[in-house]
Ligand binder design. Structure first.
Ligand code: FES
Length: 113
């Protein structure tokens, strides 16, 4: 692979942390901030963080709110929805560490806003 084609991060995961007022559906109302912090801590603890490894980032609304909370992993473009921190642990060890997509947590393709 040429240098230009090599991704800076092997896996880059973005968590929607969007908060909406007035009781509208949003990822922040479903534990997204806690999941983000947990993912970041686990990636660091496993020594996966950094160039050539994994980067965990905050994101605003990703416009797939109906499936929230959501996160997306690039460069594969794999979308996840999760319920608890055990789901985050599985995404970290299976996908971000071992490169195996967690099929049971994939967001259905037709889920939008
Ligand atoms: S509020 Fe999270 S995808 Fe829109």
């Amino acid at each position: 692979m040429s240098e230009a084609a090599a991704p800076y991060y092997r896996h880059h995961i973005f968590f929607c942390l969007n908060q909406r007022d007035g009781g509208q559906a949003c990822c922040a109302a479903h534990g997204a901030e806690q999941a983000f912090a947990h993912c970041k801590a686990r990636v660091k603890a496993l020594g996966l963080a950094g160039p050539g490894g994994v980067r965990v980032n905050r994101a605003g609304c990703l416009d797939r709110c109906a499936g929230g909370p959501v996160a997306v992993v690039y460069p594969q473009g794999v979308w996840y929805t999760y319920v608890d921190l055990a789901d985050i642990d599985e995404i970290v060890t299976s996908h971000l560490r071992d490169g195996v997509v967690v099929e049971r947590l994939r967001l259905p393709p037709d889920v939008g806003r």
